[in-house]
Design a protein around this ligand. Sequence first.
Ligand code: SF4
Length: 431
Amino acid sequence: MIERLMTAILRQMAGKYTQLENIGHFIEVPPGDPSRELMLYLHIPFCVVLCPFCSFHRVRYREDRAVHYFEVLRKEIRLAHAAGFRFGEVYVGGGTPTVEPDELAKTLSLVRSLNPIKRVSIETNPDDLIPERLEVLRDAGVNRVSVGVQSLDDTLLHEMQRRDKYGSGSEIRQRLADVQGMFDTLNVDLIFNLPHQTLDMLREDVDVLTREIGVDQISCYPLMGAHTTQKAMKKDMGHVTYGREKQFYYDILDRLPEGYQPSSAWCFSRGTDAIDEYIIEHEDYIGLGSGAMSYYKGTLYAASFSINRYMRLVEAEHSGITRYSRFSDFDRMRYSFLMSFFGLKVNKAATEERWGGRFASKLWRDFAAFKLIGAIRDDGENWYLTRKGMYLWVLMMREFFIAVSNFRDVMRLGISSELDPEDRDELIGNG
Ligand code: SF4
């Protein structure tokens, strides 16, 4: 009951946050402050295969197009530097950022030459887990590699159309074992609540990754479907229901071996040195690349999802941003509440100082409700999530990311003329 209520409220809230106004032309983010280090997100929208459950902004990989895109992205990085932005951390997502490792290394070298970068995280896929391929990225300063494995079960991999492209579960296990230890943090993404997944399948995956291979970190996401991908998911993977999520999630918490601790509601790290997901530490961030989102000074921005338009804009020395949504003061606090509690613990004094002492008083209803149901506790110095709170935050983040995916869906429909015919059919539901 509580879960359904939370989900409904969050769905409405997240839908509101992701109503980005189309201004019909480009818009510049206000100038940066060179004394402040932000997080930089880079988006690489190319994949060799397009998975049916995925609603990220991605198109089928073509070498010439990808190489040109990286050149334009480097131009945008120089423009951001000239506008006063400085970055202390980089996260590269996609798509598949490692489709062109040399181009990615060149891009990261440029970012490092302009900024005092401390940490670089990249996403990749199992078929790029080849030591020689990753060495070039380690040499370019990458500290954290996050691999989208999703499952090690062959039946589920086949249903997700990943079995042929990325290999069997046992092949992926071997590739993970080969690169474990190459970077400060090797993270593996798993999905729970896939239509034909059983508890035993999930337990086997968690055991192999944590007890056998001993990866530094696992991130366990609930299956999330945007409106358009739900059709493709149902066709290829089966009917999606949310009734088993709770059991799966608590089972993961209980299954993790000693030494693995939650570092967010769905990310679990071995030891204390692993590098965490970016979203918790950095509320303000700048996203560069087609379809990248930025959150800066209370405004959410989105760059054009049309790769052609994005490249034209940046080549003409403009920003690629074509949409934005300005949050009210109250919405900024609510957004901060959602994001900061996802990191499990919130320091009271630092948060109140940041919000001029108004945080708990303005959000008193949220605090009262979550305390009443036993999701948030207060130890005097910090507010923190209980086990129940962690589960509720997983549900809320799921709704938030579904809303973001729905926004991406609408944007991707607008670029159907840029897609290969088979991808266009999939996007509009003819596949
Ligand atoms: S899940 Fe990963 S590999 Fe598959 S289409 Fe999405 S971004 Fe590409």
